[in-house]
Design a protein around this ligand. Structure first.
Ligand code: F6P
Length: 365
């Protein structure tokens, strides 16, 4: 069977066209995105080979296991993907430093390599509990500007990364699914590229993606229901009540446990994703991480006309206070996310209909 490509714009061509809007641009940014794309292609290859290349299971392979700064057991592919991101991005001269889910602290560009004006923050392999069962996983990345002092040779510190999501220069993710896709925003909409595995090129296949404003599909890990706050419980209960409830329509539910895959589904057909703050581990203000999960996905959602929130405020407005900070996250179709935010500000009605007390939330921001 011969395959006729449906598109002829490569990621490189797309980036060059974007750059023409900024005649003074050096080309560093484009080169950085191409390095990130190269890391994603290398990860896609390892994911695709799976057991054939001994890629499944925990790291290290002797079964003793290794644990990241979050206390999570690292998979072989977590560690390999992190190494690939570092190796592909440290040498190009575009970065002053990196930070990742898999590293305790920031990674400065080694002595002897040229420093650049950007910072790269990433989750090299999101949803990695899915690796061993051959379900989609992905990489998430965020590009920030480095402080001038660091670009000029000063020490890289953790606080250099404490920039709100609104300050991101670009964000994106790669999805290693039935096809490998790179979804990218450089602050002018969201565009999706599909990897042509023979040419080794990301081709523009999904220009100017938009999240539908309304949806009848939600995603949440319902095993946590007993830990949810009242506004989240109210929202889900109303969805479950379907046609016979206050929403007057039936809802569908999905949970892949791979946020990149959920984000991609929502970009394609709408929906709402919730990993809200809950009382399961009260000392943790959420499950997902702000800098390399919530912010880049939030940027993509907002650039596609959707919304991303903690439930109480726009995610992109949150001022980070630590590198691996966790946060409650709700994103997707705008009208549903706004509804969930509204529920966080309204008194909760008790079953018999009496608004007994205004239980907004157990937590305060
Ligand atoms: O670490 C992030 C992540 O793997 C997300 O990709 C995913 O949405 C979530 O964790 C799954 O969490 P749980 O195991 O609680 O369903």
């Amino acid at each position: 069977m011969s395959i006729t490509p449906r598109t002829s714009t490569t990621l490189t061509q797309f980036l060059i066209e974007q750059r023409r809007r900024f005649p003074g641009a050096s080309g560093d940014f484009n080169a950085l995105i191409l390095d990130v794309a190269m890391a994603c292609k290398a990860i896609a290859k390892s994911v695709a080979y799976g057991a054939l290349a001994d890629m499944l299971g925990n790291h290290p392979g002797d079964g003793s296991g290794s644990v990241n700064v979050q206390g999570e057991t690292q998979k072989k592919l977590d560690v390999l993907s992190n190494d690939l991101f570092i190796r592909m991005n440290e040498w190009g001269g575009h970065l002053a430093g990196m930070a990742s889910e898999e590293m305790d602290g920031p990674y400065p560009i080694p002595e002897g390599l040229q420093r650049g004006k950007y910072l790269l923050v990433f989750d090299p392999l999101d949803g990695s509990s899915n690796i061993d069962v051959n379900v989609s996983v992905g990489s998430i990345f965020s590009v920030l500007r480095a402080p001038r002092a660091v670009v000029e040779g000063g020490a890289l510190t953790t606080t250099d990364f404490f920039q709100s999501g609104a300050e991101q220069v670009a964000a994106g993710y790669a999805l290693y699914g039935p096809t490998t896709m790179l979804v990218l925003s450089v602050g002018q909409g969201v565009h999706g590229f599909t990897l042509d595995p023979v040419m080794g090129e990301f081709m523009l296949t999904h220009a100017d993606l938009k999240v539908p404003e309304d949806t009848q599909e939600f995603a949440i890990n319902a095993s946590n229901a007993r830990f949810w706050e009242a506004p989240v419980k109210r929202y889900v209960d109303e969805c479950l009540a379907g046609k016979t409830g206050p929403r007057g329509k039936d809802f569908n539910m999905r949970w892949i446990a791979s946020m990149v895959a959920e984000a991609h589904r929502i970009l394609m057909r709408g929906g709402v994703f919730m990993y809200p703050r809950d009382t399961k581990e009260p000392e943790k203000p959420g499950r997902l991480r702000l800098l390399y999960e919530a912010n880049p996905i939030g940027f993509i959602m907002e650039q596609a006309g959707g919304r991303a929130s903690t439930g109480r405020q726009a995610v992109l407005q949150v001022q980070p206070t630590s590198l691996h900070q966790r946060i409650g996250l709700v994103f997707g179709s705008k009208n549903e996310v706004e509804r969930i935010e509204r529920y966080h500000t309204e008194p909760v009605k008790i079953e018999n209909g009496n608004p007994l007390f205004a239980e907004r939330s157990l937590f305060r921001d």
